[in-house]
Design a protein around this ligand. Structure first.
Ligand code: CTP
Ligand code: MG
Ligand code: K
Length: 180
């Protein structure tokens, strides 16, 4: 019961979990805000780049396609009916995750936080809100059917834990300049 609930929830969120991590690896080049400032502070900052956003989104889409292929065997193996990702659902999760992260940076700069500063809560959940928000806009029926209340609770609890551990791991490996 709990195993199938957790497996289903994490599987459904994977196309949203991967883009931010891919962006860390792929990031660099021209910042989205082009270096522009608003009221004396950067609009987004150097941490939000075109390349990171594009490659991160493509990474999430590629993973969704891979999961669709692996779904029958994974479902049989776990004894759970894991969700498939229609194209618009995959796009909503992957691009929405990047969008949530970008909007959080916009908010952080308005609050006067420098690039890379930790904002607990926002850092761990911005991409979840972005992903589910865009998924519900682009694929409403799929999103409502896939994210039951139980799965949403699992996502709310597991995501901050996964985010903290993967970022600490990426920092430890020298891939990220801060451990959050
Ligand atoms: N990254 C990127 N483009 C994005 C998101 C992330 O290029 N849309 C890359 C950047 O190299 C960034 C790194 O991934 O520095 C880590 O991402 P994140 O922690 O989200 O950015 P921060 O540098 O902490 O910037 P901010 O304070 O604005 O969140
Ligand atoms: Mg950061
Ligand atoms: K972030």
């Amino acid at each position: 019961m709990l195993v199938s609930l957790v497996a289903g929830a994490l599987w459904a969120m994977l196309p949203a979990y991967v883009p931010n991590n891919v962006a860390v690896l792929a990031g660099g080049g021209r910042p989205i805000d082009g270096g522009r400032e608003f009221a004396g502070r950067r609009v987004l900052g150097d941490g939000k780049t075109w390349r990171g956003t594009a490659v991160g989104t493509l990474g999430g889409l590629a993973l969704a396609a891979l999961l669709n292929v692996a779904r029958p065997s994974a479902s049989a193996l776990l004894g759970v009916d894991l969700p498939a990702f229609p194209p618009l659902a995959a796009l909503g999760l992957a691009f929405g995750a990047m969008l949530g992260d970008v909007l959080a940076s916009l908010l952080k700069r308005r609050l006067g936080r420098q690039r890379g500063a930790a904002v607990p809560g926002l850092d761990q959940l911005d991409f979840v809100v972005g992903a589910l928000g865009l998924a519900v806009l682009l694929a409403p029926a799929w999103t409502l059917a896939t994210f039951s209340l139980g799965r949403l609770v699992v996502v709310a609890v597991a995501t901050p834990l996964l985010h903290v551990t993967t970022n600490a791991g990426a920092y430890w490996l020298g891939l990220k300049s801060e451990p959050w």
